[in-house]
Design a protein around this ligand. Structure first.
Ligand SMILES: Cc1cc2nc3c(=O)[nH]c(=O)nc-3n(C[C@H](O)[C@H](O)[C@H](O)COP(=O)(O)OP(=O)(O)OC[C@H]3O[C@@H](n4cnc5c(N)ncnc54)[C@H](O)[C@@H]3O)c2cc1C
Length: 433
């Protein structure tokens, strides 16, 4: 009977170790250094602080453990990664220390699948080793969720491809050694067959940053999401990844994983907000009793507990499904967690902030930072509406229209059928009367 919600004891031991390691060794890094430095591998914190911690993680067989052994991981799969990511989600730095930082984790998967041997040794190995950062450059200023409006072009010129166009919100480009860029190679067919993916070193001439866009609260121009112009950028023919017209097949390789990894870490973030909510409920006194005694506060705690448990099980189920049937077959489940992520984060963080009063919305608690993440989760990797469309389309494939005028659940017809089936008994019933 495989319906078992228990974690195997050996892996639970590892999770307990991770939990302690994140609290004692990693969370202080979050308090001392800016989140931007996570991707800036030239920052001394990487060599001096992160490297020894990464070695400890490797020694415990917990490094990049979603990847197979050929790529230096343990091949633990998504379910175990889900359980780990719930803990890692408490810290901006923890995923880097465990070798599963987005977008590098997804980009590594692309290079592993589609890179040449030379590209793998030049980019994949240092990326997996945490020595370089990478960028994924797909969204354009005029279009994100609708790729049919993409304009960035790549044209073949002898042994090279020439890339021309603009990209928007290319995260961490300022720190990246290479970008994986989507560009149209055949404008005469639908974009889903006419777009291709390229490996572009960030020191390529013609790759010009217009500005670094920040997200809410960051000073203008100092963010880490690049608005970039590709102005006649030339790359060798072998930098075309996976063949012409394959961009969306490749994008699925990385985005499916990326989406669920955000959700896994959001479980951790929600758990942290929930812990703060409960501590506050038991600590703050008003009108002669602690907040925890007020029924409306109990409602906030109970609603949050239910939402978090539902969300956690949904995420772990999606991870398990990916392990069973692969990311493509699990796209409904992945879209499901993508839809749930911003809503659950929003609701739980809002209640936690609210119970903290002014302190909750102040910059002296981490809650406002989490609050900013909720709308981002609804947009990054595709807006909620698009994922709802995916769910509805997939789910509706399992249904058919009703055969006649009335729905198949229409009671008069069903009752007539049932009565005719049991007519011999019903006749007796009438006869008895
Ligand atoms: C923090 C962050 C990091 C990001 N990092 C990267 C990155 O590294 N690389 C990269 O390429 N991109 C990145 N993006 C961009 C992201 O993928 C896009 O923002 C996203 O795909 C939405 O595109 P858009 O912003 O152009 O919004 P639009 O496509 O213009 O959509 C705007 C709104 O319109 C509505 N909408 C859109 N489509 C539909 C529909 N079919 N039905 C109903 N309503 C709809 C939704 O409300 C949606 O939010 C990042 C975004 C954020 C916020």
């Amino acid at each position: 009977m495989p319906w078992d919600f228990a974690t195997e004891p050996e892996f639970q031991e590892k999770l307990d170790w991770i939990d302690d390691f994140v609290s004692t060794e990693i969370e202080p890094i979050d308090l001392a250094f800016s989140t931007h430095a996570v991707y800036d591998k030239a920052h001394p914190v990487h060599e001096k602080v992160l490297r020894p911690l990464q070695e400890e993680v490797k020694a415990r067989d917990l490094w990049a453990c979603h990847l197979g052994p050929d790529l230096g991981g343990k091949g633990y799969g998504q379910l175990k990664l889900g359980l780990m990511n719930e803990i890692l989600g408490r810290s901006s730095w923890a995923p880097s220390i465990f070798g599963c930082q987005a977008p590098d984790s997804g980009n590594a998967e692309i290079l592993a699948h589609y890179g040449t041997e030379e590209q793998r040794s030049r980019y994949l190995e240092p990326l997996l080793d945490g020595r370089i950062s990478s960028c994924y450059s797909m969204t354009e200023p005029q279009a994100g969720a609708d790729p049919q409006q993409f304009r960035c072009r790549a044209t073949r010129d002898g042994d090279e491809w020439v890339i021309e166009g603009e990209k928007w919100f290319s995260s961490n480009l300022r720190y990246a050694a290479f970008a994986i860029v989507m560009a149209i190679t055949d404008p005469d067919v639908p974009v889903y067959q006419g777009a291709s993916m390229f490996l572009v070193p960030t020191d390529s001439p013609g790759m010009n940053i217009v500005r670094h866009v920040g997200i809410g609260g960051e000073p203008e121009g100092e963010g880490s999401h690049a608005y970039v112009r590709y102005e006649g950028v030339r790359v060798p023919a072998e930098n075309l990844l996976g063949g012409e017209g394959q961009a969306f097949v490749i994008a699925q390789t990385r985005l499916g994983g990326g989406r669920i990894h955000h959700a896994m870490r959001t479980v951790g973030m929600c758990g942290r907000a929930f812990d703060m909510m409960c501590e506050r409920a038991l600590s703050r006194t008003t009108q002669g009793e602690v907040l925890a005694k007020k029924q409306m506060v109990q409602d906030a705690v109970a609603e949050s507990w239910v939402q978090l448990l539902q969300f956690r099980l949904q995420v772990l189920h999606a991870a398990w499904t990916i392990d069973q049937v692969g990311g493509h077959q699990a796209r409904t489940e992945i879209a499901g967690v993508k839809v749930a992520t911003p809503k659950v984060l929003h609701d739980i963080v809002y209640r936690a902030m609210h119970l903290h009063g002014a302190l909750g919305v102040s910059n002296e608690m981490p809650l406002i930072g989490m609050w900013n993440v909720a709308p981002i989760m609804g947009i990054a990797d595709g807006p909620t509406e698009v994922h709802k469309v995916t769910i509805a389309r997939q789910v509706l494939k399992g249904y058919s229209p009703s055969k006649g005028l009335w729905p198949s659940a229409h009671l008069p017809e069903r009752r007539a059928e049932a009565r005719s089936r049991f007519a011999h008994l019903l006749d007796l019933e009438v006869g008895n009367l």
